[in-house]
Design a binder for this molecule. Structure first.
Ligand code: ZN
Length: 191
């Protein structure tokens, strides 16, 4: 999947959580930082590519990426596994805890936003040709459907004409069917 699709998938997951969970009243800063963290989380598993969007979104990212990517191994290794999700959840928690004195936002929500994005990436990549080493360090790659030729090519026709528009439609559907919840949410900030 391309970064664009991952961004949209991350947002879709966050949107889904928003409409299915009780409304939370939080600061506008928290809302923006949570959406930002969600988008960062949505591309974070691709940190093992030196060119990854994740790095482009961070200051001095290209320099840091050249130091870190060789440690993570080739593309789609530990970062696309259950172990990777676990490590990302600890690391992000730790980074956010360190930031909580300089950034006055609800770090719990920011963390949830990041992890929702991260997990949405793993869910989306499972339908791509490369498959994912979910049980890393065990050397098996998984994909849905199980036959490689039935799965998607990154940036290919299927992704552009089916997956991306479907996600857009689903977001539209979620907003349309939960219109009042969105209004209630916005009312907190627009007075
Ligand atoms: Zn990926």
């Amino acid at each position: 999947m391309t970064g664009r699709t991952h961004d949209l998938a991350a947002f879709t997951a966050l949107n889904y959580l928003f409409v299915t969970q009780p409304l939370v009243h939080t600061s506008i800063a928290t809302v923006f930082v949570t959406i930002g963290a969600n988008m960062l989380g949505g591309v974070a598993p691709d940190i093992d590519q030196a060119t990854a969007q994740f790095w482009q979104r961070l200051p001095a990212g290209s320099i840091i990426s050249r130091l870190i990517t060789p440690i993570l191994g080739s593309h789609r290794m530990i970062s696309h596994s259950f172990l990777g999700i676990f490590i990302a959840s600890l690391l992000s928690r730790w980074i956010l805890d360190a930031l909580k004195n300089v950034l006055i936002v609800d770090m719990n929500l920011v963390w949830i936003g990041f992890m929702i994005g991260f997990i949405s990436h793993i869910v989306m990549d499972i339908i791509s040709k490369e498959g994912e080493p979910l049980l890393f360090p065990l050397p098996f790659k998984f994909g849905i459907p199980p036959f490689r030729f039935l799965r998607l090519t990154t940036g290919g026709m299927m992704e552009k004409t089916i997956i991306f528009p479907s996600l857009m439609l689903f977001n539209g559907y979620l907003i349309y069917t939960n219109y009042h919840k969105f209004l209630d949410f916005l009312k907190i900030y627009i007075k």
